[in-house]
Design a protein around this ligand. Structure first.
Ligand code: KG4
Ligand code: ZN
Length: 376
């Protein structure tokens, strides 16, 4: 099926035209056109995403990207009728930004006479692992997704552990009680005087510190690491960084590197430890052991912007080595941060599983807090 996918939930405007066929867990995905405009540089001055500015930019960018996408796909006016569906992110995200995408999709749907499918952004991140670009050389990546799976979703707005029992059947096992991990990366970077988005900057500095010394020079807390649940908390870690910085008179480059590393080590240790706990609990709730209940989890999916983090993928590879019969699946780098390809893939999964959803469709509404467990 040919799907035109639209993503405007945060600070990337993206449109993709995909032709997808085959099995749910191993689709054949052809990207006919893919365009994206990032607003990162514009939001940098605010140290985060400024919703009204994002809205205006999406409005300006969408018509430009649509033209570009259709041109890339070499699609003439007459060929537009071969598009089967329009998919659009309905939430979670910034509501003013989401509405721009939804209104654009609905108008296109009317003028082309095509059905519009609402998609959950986090479902998009999950299924981003189904697309693997052929230039990828990482050996842990694969394009076949075996369920049930556990997903660790780590982005600027979310930190969630989700049990995927089947396609479309999700249970949130744990989530952050305050800041998302990507947000903590961004805020820590800002305190260190690094540009937005902070994740890649922190990661770069932290690697320099690791090259210089084996041990963390600065010790930071690991919030909730021993709590008997699968929730996270990152705001205390951010505050610990702030208090530690107050002790310094000016920040030299080496100190910044050591601080970035101390933060990254702490945040990632918590992510990995909670993921380990989730895998064990899904295996056997009464008697946690490294022996998983057979078939409880076949794949560990790690997706969202923070999944681009080098240290996280290194630690996850170690974690997965402790378990038998579980494969680690992460998106190709191109699809770690927000994009429209993942929205198109999630639409393919939804439409294949439940083709009748469009008949019962009422008007699509933006929902900033849309939960993955509410996917019908
Ligand atoms: O998924 P995403 O593009 O947007 C949301 O849906 O939120 O994630 C963006 C987040 C930002 O907080 C950014 O700092 C973080 O992902 N990020 C990283 C890295 N690359 C992006 N965090 C840590 N290490 C990275 N290499
Ligand atoms: Zn995202």
């Amino acid at each position: 099926m040919k799907i035109l996918a639209i993503e405007t939930s945060c600070d990337e405007t993206a449109i993709a035209l995909l032709d997808i066929s085959g099995a749910l867990g191993k689709p054949n995905i052809k990207i006919l056109g893919n365009t994206l405009l990032s607003q990162v540089a514009l939001h940098e001055q605010y140290g985060g995403v400024y919703p009204d500015l994002a809205k205006r930019e999406h409005q300006k960018n969408l018509p430009i990207l649509l033209k570009q996408t259709l041109k890339e796909a070499k699609m003439s006016e007459a060929e537009l009728r071969t598009i089967d569906y329009i998919a659009v992110t309905a939430g979670p995200g910034l509501e003013p930004a989401l509405w721009v995408g939804i209104n654009f999709a609905e108008e296109l749907g009317k003028s082309w006479d095509k059905p519009v499918v609402p998609i959950n952004h986090m479902e998009g991140h999950i299924y981003s692992v189904l697309y693997q670009d052929k230039f990828s050389i990482s050996n842990f990546q694969f394009s076949k997704l075996e369920l049930p799976a556990l997903a660790l979703l780590v982005s600027g707005g979310h930190t969630e552990l989700v049990h995927i029992k089947d396609f479309g059947d999700y249970e949130i096992l744990g989530r952050t009680r305050d800041d998302a991990v990507g947000e903590a990366f961004d805020k820590t970077a800002r305190m260190l005087g690094l540009p937005y988005p902070g994740g890649p900057q922190i990661s770069r500095l932290a690697e320099n510190s690791r090259k210089r010394s084996k041990e963390d020079k600065i010790k930071l807390p690991r919030p909730m690491i021993h709590s008997k649940n699968l929730d996270f908390s990152f705001s205390g870690l951010k505050t610990a960084v702030l208090y530690r910085l107050k002790l310094e008179n000016g920040l030299d480059d080496k100190f910044k590197e050591d601080m970035a590393r101390a933060f990254e080590d702490a945040a990632i240790e918590v992510l990995v430890e909670k993921t380990r706990r989730a895998l064990l609990e899904l295996g056997d709730e009464d008697q946690p052991s490294l022996q998983l209940r057979r078939g409880a989890v076949k794949t560990l999916i790690v997706a969202g912007g923070v999944s681009a983090n080098l240290h996280l993928s290194r630690e996850l590879k170690k974690l997965i080595g402790e378990f038998h019969d579980i494969t680690l699946s992460m998106p190709p780098r191109l699809l770690t941060t927000d994009n429209a390809i993942m929205i198109g893939i999630a639409a393919f999964i939804r439409l294949s599983r439940e083709p009748e959803i469009l008949r019962s469709q009422i008007a699509i509404r933006a929902d900033g807090n849309l939960s993955i467990s509410s996917v019908p």
